[in-house]
Design a protein. Structure first.
Length: 330
């Protein structure tokens, strides 16, 4: 059965499903989900690439920062192909833990990181022991399943998917209303499913700092920019908006609401939260000094590659991508 047939069969049995159930299967179905494909979907030959795929200078700059702060443990959740970890580990000498949900991604990470003996893997956040150190992620929170809500003349409805993937509107659960109230000005809103659970479990085991990198905006700006919802699908590096097409073959993602992420972190004991652009963070952490190291090598091609990567990281990715930092004490 194709993934499309599996999902349709499920809807036939159960009736219309939540969008988050659809996205969970489309992205993470153990055999056919987008993140369980081999060869991997991330990278220039895949459907999209991240800052980590672009050039080692991104991870090395972060690695120098982590090493300078002497964190005993770095926990990365959602390591993709493992290149961010690889480049960080060129600079950082402490323990490195990875929580990775996709079996295929985990296999690729193990291959990419085979020369580092200080890395440990976990299949989910429940498995990690208590630790003191830093939690980091790059493009994790935009890779979560989400639910969709529609505001029809001031009245909210949840969008469910029928067997032919057309929409059915139904009254949302009572407990979501206070949250939806924050998005009054929007016509459609994306509410991630699973952020709260992940952060709640993490917070019970973690003391130290957080460094979250992702693309998105604070709530007011997000609603202004995307009144029809901030979903994106990528196929061959092109945008698409029909997330129910090419099931398992295309990424389904969204610009995240950093205000919501901050609220969830705060309610789980994280404080001193600050958001800055990726550009400001990388410059503050000395990406230009790392670039100087590439300027000293004799290979002209390598020099140009490093310069172009810095330009992309600072100017192209640098404003949409944000860095959220904070801490949790005792
Ligand atoms: C967009 S990729 C980011 C890749 C990588 N961080 C990078 O910089 O290239 C998202 C990754 O997060 C993983 N992931 C998504 N949700 C997760 C969760 N709840 N726990 C652990 N890993 C998760 C996916 O399997 C995938 O490897």
């Amino acid at each position: 059965m194709t993934l499309e047939e599996i999902i349709k069969e499920k809807i036939k049995r159960k009736g219309p499903i939540k969008v988050s159930e659809f996205v969970e299967l489309a992205l993470y179905h153990p055999e056919s989900g987008f993140y369980n494909h081999y060869p991997p979907v991330i990278g220039r030959k895949g459907d999209f690439y991240t800052s980590s795929d672009l050039h080692p200078i991104f991870g090395r700059t972060i690695g120098k920062f982590l090493d300078s702060k002497k964190f005993p443990v770095v926990l990365e959740i959602g390591a993709g192909k493992g290149w961010l970890a690889h480049d960080i580990l060129e600079e950082y000498r402490g323990e490195y833990w990875i929580v990775e949900k996709s079996r295929i991604m985990q296999e690729i990470e193990k291959e990419v990181l085979r020369n580092f003996s200080n890395v440990r893997w976990f299949n989910n956040i429940e498995e990690i022991p208590e630790f003191q150190g830093i939690f980091i992620s790059n493009e994790l929170f935009d890779a979560f399943p989400f639910d969709l809500y529609k505001n029809q003349e001031g009245k909210w409805f949840e969008i469910l998917l029928k067997e032919d993937f057309s929409h059915e509107l139904c009254p949302p659960d009572e407990e979501i209303f206070p949250l939806l109230d924050h998005y009054r000005e929007a016509e459609f809103v994306v509410i991630p499913a699973g952020w709260e659970n992940l952060i709640e479990v993490l917070s019970k085991k973690h003391t130290g700092e957080i460094l979250i990198i992702d693309y998105g905006y604070e709530r007011d700006e997000l609603v202004r920019k995307f009144p029809y919802g901030s979903i994106l699908t990528y196929k061959n590096h092109a945008f698409g908006e029909h997330f129910t097409k090419n099931i398992g073959e295309q990424d389904i993602t969204f610009f995240i609401d950093f205000t919501l992420l901050e609220e969830i972190l705060q309610s789980n004991g994280y404080s001193d939260l600050i958001i800055q652009t990726q550009a400001d963070f990388l410059i503050e952490q000395g990406i230009m000094d790392v670039l100087q190291e590439y300027e000293k090598i004799s290979d002209e091609k390598e020099k140009i590659k490093a310069r172009l990567a810095v330009k992309t990281l600072i100017f192209d990715f640098g404003r949409t991508f944000k860095v959220l930092r904070g801490r949790k004490i005792g």
